[in-house]
Write a protein that binds this ligand. Structure first.
Ligand code: GTP
Length: 369
């Protein structure tokens, strides 16, 4: 069985994290996000994956190569202009032979049982099967209405509360028969959600609901939540092994000075140094090669690789991207996102979801929320 992973989007909602790095390569618990997708596919018996790429494709290819280290054959296709979700799959038609194949949005963290999804699809002899997931607030999503046998009856885009008769949404994972590709025009932007699926209603299109873990990492809030869920083992990933029973994962050659404190759940990347009197956790991931200065506190936050927090820095519920530097006494809190290699000098307070673009320098005492 083959799978196509859609990774061509610009990830605008996750900016500035996606300005230098495409969303699939943004680190999640210190590994590129899409490596979780590949591990999940490999565990479910998929042996060939086609990456459908567009925006910043080079990093993905150079990191994963031919896939032999993962036991999956990897094929790369790059669009010269965005083709939308369905147009992107049409573009890789030559790699898909007859039969069924999987399509996955490349920004979903899930432990969905893909074998059960594929089994359901085959039992129904479906033209397409859409994985469905329940959400608390369906008004923000496109709902999928299904009948007693799981047949898709229709779609309801961003409904008002009085229209809601299901909380199941399209989970961004599909099994399709190769013939469905004949419905997609070549070389133009075309979407599954608005183009292909509405046309397949009544033509053996099914929904497969499950309560598996599901999170799209498309915004900074969800990116943080995915980290909390990995740290709390709400989703099954390889990180769970490192976290062990104490929910503390310290990777190779990380150094904790005497008097440094880790509060679980917490993950410290390889080669990082946590100085005396610093406190990291609960719910914190420090990337490889970071320094957390003495007296600094990191809680409910992600610090990506090679960043430096000097003395008495506070980072709460925020994200600091790769190679950033936060000066003495600075506070980064309440949904702030500091871009790659930005410098926040001391005596600044960043909050209110502020987003600092890569390479920006904020001089001492400039921002006080
Ligand atoms: P936003 O700009 O923040 O909405 O993010 P996005 O660009 O990732 O768009 P969206 O979340 O709607 O996309 C869902 C999935 O489809 C992501 O994995 C995207 O990478 C992928 N995707 C969206 N549009 C295209 C496209 O034109 N081509 C390809 N190959 N993939 C796409």
């Amino acid at each position: 069985m083959k799978a196509v992973i859609l990774v061509g989007g610009q990830g605008t909602r996750l900016r500035p994290l996606t300005l230098c790095v495409p969303k699939p390569m943004v680190p999640l618990a210190n590994k590129p996000f899409v490596s979780y997708v590949l591990e999940h596919l490999q565990q479910n018996g998929i042996d060939e994956v086609i990456f459908s790429m567009g925006y910043l494709p080079d990093g993905i290819k150079s990191y994963f190569g031919d896939g032999s280290s993962l036991g999956i054959k990897l094929i790369y296709a790059v669009e010269d202009h965005p083709l939308g979700t369905a147009g992107a799959v049409k573009n890789v038609e030559k790699y898909i032979q007859d039969g069924d194949f999987l399509v996955l949005n490349g920004d979903i963290l899930t432990d969905l049982d893909l074998r059960a999804l594929m089994e359901f699809h085959r039992e129904k002899n479906a033209s397409g099967t859409i994985a469905l997931t329940p959400v608390d607030d369906p008004t923000a999503y496109g709902l999928v209405r299904t009948g007693a046998e799981g047949e898709v009856l229709g779609f309801l885009e961003k409904p008002s509360w009085d229209q809601i008769d299901t909380n199941l949404i399209n989970a961004g994972t599909y099994v399709l028969q190769a013939e469905v590709l004949d419905m997609i025009p070549a070389g133009v932007e075309y979407s599954f959600e608005r183009g292909v699926f509405p046309r397949l209603v009544g033509k053996d299109l099914y929904g497969f609901g499950s309560n598996a873990y599901w999170m799209d990492i498309g915004t900074p809030e969800k990116y943080l939540q995915a980290h909390y869920d990995i740290l709390e083992k709400n989703v099954s990933t390889a990180v769970s092994l490192c976290l062990d029973e104490d929910f503390v994962c310290v990777e190779e050659e990380a150094r904790l000075e005497a008097g440094a404190k880790l509060v679980p759940p917490v993950m410290i990347g390889g080669g990082s140094v946590i100085k005396a009197g610093a406190r990291v956790g609960r719910m914190a991931v420090i990337g490889p090669g970071c320094v957390v200065g003495s007296g600094s506190v990191v809680e409910e936050s992600v610090i990506q690789a090679d960043s430096t927090l000097e003395e008495n820095v506070t980072v709460r519920r925020s994200i600091v991207a790769r190679g950033a530097r936060i000066g003495p006494g600075a506070v980064v809190r309440a949904g702030a996102v500091v871009g790659e290699e930005a410098t926040i000098e001391g005596d600044n307070v960043l909050a209110n979801n502020i987003r600092v673009y890569p390479g920006t320098v904020i001089k001492a005492g400039t921002i006080k929320f």
